[in-house]
Write a protein that binds this ligand. Structure first.
Ligand SMILES: [Fe+2]
Length: 204
């Protein structure tokens, strides 16, 4: 078994005007698939779900070419799940809402920081809500295919700010895309799941 492309968790037209079927077809079927194909091709060992994260971290230190593909595979795997039809906005599960309130000044503070950080990321990259080793939330951005795991943190939510993610629907208006992502697309349930898993890891 090598790495494979999972199907989208919703129909191509399910995100409506906020992310078009055309964007999802290109982004999922072509861009994400290319990262997987190249990752499988460049890796010296057969990759699977169990050895994937250690392989990604090893490549981060030792093989930039392989890391670019594996980092992007990880990021996109979750990106599809970080969105849902009728998502976004302030409907946060309880525990998550409390932590965002104490660390980021509530939903409004989170929204402002997330959009500013994503808009300010120069060139291609990602904007994140991540949890550090002490369980504290932060908003951060990374370049290219990097993600918070590379820096010892747990990614809870990420948004792709490569142009391939928004150019068809928003042209160069990255801020409008980020606003739509926060207000209409975030799958807070998936964020809450990753938050619980991250808390369990800290306890273990
Ligand atoms: Fe992407």
């Amino acid at each position: 078994m090598a790495l494979t492309l999972p199907e989208l968790p919703y129909d191509y037209d399910a995100l409506g005007e906020y992310m078009s079927a055309e964007t999802l077809e290109y982004h999922h079927d072509k861009h994400h698939k290319a990262y997987i194909d190249k990752g499988n091709e460049k890796s010296k060992k057969e990759l699977n779900n169990d050895n994937f994260i250690p392989a990604m971290l090893d490549a981060f230190k030792n093989d930039q070419g392989l890391f670019n593909q594996l980092g992007q595979h990880y990021n996109h795997l979750h990106f599809w799940q970080w969105m849902s039809p009728n998502g976004g906005g302030k409907k946060l599960p309880g525990e998550l809402e409390k932590q965002i309130e104490s660390d980021l000044g509530g939903f409004d503070g989170f929204r402002k920081k997330f959009i500013e950080s994503g808009t300010g990321q120069f060139g291609s990259g990602w904007v994140w809500l991540a949890m550090d080793k002490n369980g504290k939330f932060e908003v951060t951005s990374t370049k290219d295919g990097e993600n918070p795991i590379c820096y010892g943190k747990t990614p809870l939510l990420g948004c792709d700010v490569w142009e391939h993610s928004y150019y068809i629907d928003y042209r160069n208006a990255r801020q409008k895309y980020l606003e739509a992502f926060v207000d209409h697309l975030i799958n807070w349930e998936h964020v809450a799941e990753l938050y619980s898993e991250g808390q369990l890891k800290e306890v273990a």
